[in-house]
Design a protein around this ligand. Structure first.
Ligand code: SF4
Ligand code: SF4
Length: 395
């Protein structure tokens, strides 16, 4: 296993993400035996980082992780959990919710604790004084119940920079979605650079884009097999991330022993992709994109009579065009009503100004439709509100 040195810790570069455990179809419960088997194998080969969260698998991930890890000494692994600020029904007793997570995980402390899913929408909650989340988490850290405080992030680079500036010195690490497709599609490169410029280490989630980069189509896969005939598609995605020095933990949401085996093989030795391999991966990524080639130059913004943040909207458009996603919906939810794509009046000023020749009004009309048809965060969050109220005995 390859390790990262972070402060005084030696953390396995491969972290075990715990949101994709298999559910037994007959019982509707997590297959605990399989979780134990996967953890045993991972731990025997040096994995020492486990990442769960309050909402994962309807609250059952924390319990399954606790059960599997209860067979190991507490100081032999690092446990990460998250505060579900993005799912709160309103201001709640943050400490009670935090203590409930400790209880579910059968632990006195979390080695790593993250504000879960900071976006343009949820940041309003995380920074709202009425919610008092950040001060409470700082207090938990003072009491030793959080060893290292960070946040997971799904917003754009501008918010990331602002958030880090506003909370300089509070957070010790940042978890972002990063892989060779999102390097450009979701601006992961910019986010990586911003975090690095703040002197913080990067943790990565979705290294294979929800499994899509682990199962490429035949022609894409054949291009990779020219380099290594026996290597899995996923191994290239992981080795791309190994090539980035400031990525210290790469979380993989493993749910089969065979996946654990393949990943352990990839992380046995430091083995980053070569420049030739990287060029092919980026080329494959370009072929996957179906959106517009916006470079974010902002030449179009000044003349927009509606004051729309056009490159931001086009980032969401590109994300949707690749695959319908909740993260793009949530980013649009975070905008004021008069800044949403539906406010485009189709005047075409932006397209004249655009050096890339992008037909912005058409893209924004399509985005408006995709947003209306896409996943609705407010509906999915409703059930989370209910479960938090139930767990905290709130009316
Ligand atoms: S077409 Fe829409 S986005 Fe472009 S300048 Fe006009 S109002 Fe703004
Ligand atoms: S001018 Fe074109 S490339 Fe530049 S930000 Fe606007 S849409 Fe994107």
């Amino acid at each position: 296993m390859i390790y990262s040195n972070v402060q005084d810790m030696k953390i396995s570069r491969l972290g075990f993400g715990c949101m994709r455990f298999r559910i037994d179809e007959t019982t509707g419960e997590i297959d605990q035996r399989k979780v134990n088997d996967m953890f045993d194998l991972a731990i025997s080969k040096g994995v020492n980082y486990f990442d769960t969260a309050y909402p994962y698998l309807n609250g059952k991930s924390e319990l399954a992780v606790a059960e599997a890890l209860s067979r190991y000494p507490r100081n032999s692994y690092y446990l990460a959990d998250k505060f579900p600020g993005h799912s709160l029904p309103g201001p709640v007793d943050n400490i009670a919710l935090f203590n409930l997570e400790l209880k579910k995980c059968r632990t006195e402390y979390f080695d790593f604790y993250l504000l879960h899913n900071v976006t343009e929408w949820s940041v309003k909650i995380y920074e709202d004084e009425k919610y008092h989340i950040i001060p409470d988490m700082i207090e938990m850290k003072k009491q030793g119940k959080i060893r290292h405080l960070g946040f997971s992030f799904h917003g754009g680079p501008a918010l990331l920079e602002e958030f880090l500036n506003r909370h300089e010195g509070v957070f010790e690490f940042v978890q972002i979605q990063c892989n060779y497709l999102d390097w450009t599609l979701q601006d992961a490169r910019k986010k990586y650079d911003i975090i690095t410029s703040h002197g913080l280490p990067v943790w990565v989630m979705e290294p294979c884009r929800g499994g899509k980069l682990a199962v490429l189509n035949e022609s894409q896969s054949a291009r990779l097999k020219e380099f290594r005939p026996d290597a899995s598609d996923a191994s290239f995605a992981f080795r791309f991330l190994q090539s980035l020095d400031n990525i210290k933990v790469i979380l993989s949401g493993m749910n089969e022993v065979s996946q654990v085996e393949d990943n352990l093989n990839t992380f046995r030795d430091y083995d980053p992709v070569s420049e030739e391999e990287k060029a092919v991966l980026f080329d494959i990524a370009e072929g996957m994109k179906k959106g517009v080639p916006c470079t974010g130059c902002r030449y179009c913004c000044e003349g927009c009579p509606m004051g729309l943040n056009i490159p931001y909207l086009l980032e969401c458009y590109n994300d949707y065009k690749y695959a319908v996603s909740l993260s793009a919906s949530v980013r649009l939810d975070g905008l004021d009503e008069d800044k949403k794509p539906a406010n485009c009046i189709g005047c075409g000023q932006c397209s004249h100004a655009c050096p890339q020749g992008i037909d912005v009004p058409t893209a924004l009309a399509e985005l408006t439709q995709m947003y209306a048809d896409g996943p609705n965060w407010s509906t999915s969050v409703q059930s989370r509100h209910e479960s938090i109220k139930r767990d905290l005995n709130m009316k």
